[in-house]
Write a protein that binds this ligand. Structure first.
Ligand SMILES: *Cc1c(COP(=O)(O)O)cnc(C)c1O
Length: 362
């Protein structure tokens, strides 16, 4: 009798397991702690909570929970179109930006296709690639920085997607906006350039690829409401590109992929400039606080402007467990080939101080 594993598509079995940040309640139970004592600095969530405008809209939307959400995300796409000076049919809304990347893979990859990304890149690129039976081409990152020239040089006739996150997760480094534009311009027409801007709200400047998209270059840009807008638990993100690519992705997408409160929250959060500014302010102060603290402890870290820092901590894998015992959850980066490193999400001032204090005790 065959086992389930023998019956499964072999791409499924080739999937690395996505190791998410450990939830507060799970850690609290495991170590016998009060959940309110535990702080989570493990998934780059917003320490200020959800956007207040977004939260209010989500609560209100729950009154209509008996209705299906708008399967076309009409109002959110219209609003995004206005903000970006694009057309509503140039947006695809996803259950997190994670989903739009999966849609891209499902629509464009098949066995034999190659997908280029950095050796320390967001793991979803690899998951999406392997699931389609396509081939990941992981370009080494010297000093944990993208080597854009090497990424360009890795392009072959089989390349279909090149993923680049700036700032990159889990390393935190940011690529120069002009160099991103130059890379986008240099790619041949059979390669889709996917610029993942999950943390771009925290930057002062970023690459603007809209003119290239309008000129017909094969470029898509993804954004999320999970980080600076504080809506990770609702799962909304989007992709911006040509109307043609969006039409194709919409064929792959489930009809009601984004739920009702999530859509309402995302729409309202776009107006929450006050919350966004505060998030940026608190994050910038937190980067200073955490980096100075790490420096004074003698720990190496990668300079970054996103809402986390990757730091080299003595006995990192052991420290990850010890920190949980005292109610601090961070993320080990061993799975990314960064043994000895932890990814520390920027928290509130008090949370950062507590993390530094516990690191000092270790
Ligand atoms: C967090 C993150 C995302 C966004 O994920 P969602 O599915 O939108 O929550 C995308 N890319 C990178 C690099 C990230 O770190």
């Amino acid at each position: 009798m065959p086992t389930y594993s023998e019956l499964a598509n072999h791409q499924v079995l080739s999937q690395p397991v996505y190791e998410a940040g450990r939830p507060i309640e799970v850690v609290a139970r495991e170590f016998g702690l009060d959940p309110s004592f535990v702080i989570k600095l493990a998934s780059n969530e917003n320490p200020l909570g959800p956007s207040p405008l977004g939260l209010a809209a989500a609560k209100k939307a729950l009154d209509s929970a008996h209705l299906y959400p708008d399967g076309s995300s009409t109002f959110l796409r219209e609003k995004l179109a206005k903000i970006w000076s694009m057309q509503p049919n140039q947006f695809v809304i996803g259950n997190g930006s994670n989903e739009v990347m999966i849609l891209l893979a499902q629509a464009f990859l098949r066995p034999g296709s190659e997908v280029i990304f950095g050796s320390q890149a967001f793991v979803v690129y690899k998951l999406a690639t392997l699931m389609q039976g396509a081939t990941p081409v992981e370009v080494p990152m010297p000093n944990f920085c993208h080597d854009l020239k090497a990424m360009r040089a890795a392009v072959t006739d089989k390349t279909r997607i090149l993923f680049l996150a700036s700032p990159n997760n889990p390393t935190g480094g940011t690529d120069n906006p002009q160099e991103i534009v130059d890379l986008a311009k240099s790619l041949p027409d059979h390669v889709i350039f996917c610029l993942d801007e999950a943390y771009t709200e925290y930057l002062d400047s970023s690459a603007d690829l809209r003119e290239l998209i309008k000129a017909g270059r094969k470029i898509v840009v993804t954004r999320t409401f999970s980080k600076a807008y504080g809506l990770a638990g609702l799962r909304v993100g989007y992709l911006m590109g040509s109307s043609e690519v969006c039409g194709i992705l919409n064929r792959v997408r489930q009809p009601f992929n984004v739920n009702l409160p999530a859509l309402a929250a995302a729409e309202a959060a776009l107006d929450d400039q006050e919350f966004l500014n505060k998030s940026k302010r608190v994050n910038a102060a937190g980067i200073t606080q955490l980096s100075e603290g790490l420096k004074s402890l003698g720990f190496k870290y990668i300079d970054g402007k996103a809402n986390f820092l990757a730091a080299q901590i003595p006995n990192a894998e052991e420290a990850f467990v010890k920190l949980q015992k005292v109610g601090v959850i961070v993320r080990p980066l061993k799975g990314y080939g960064m043994t000895g490193w932890l990814r520390l999400t920027i928290g509130t001032e008090a949370q950062n101080a507590r993390l530094l204090d516990e690191l000092k005790k270790l």
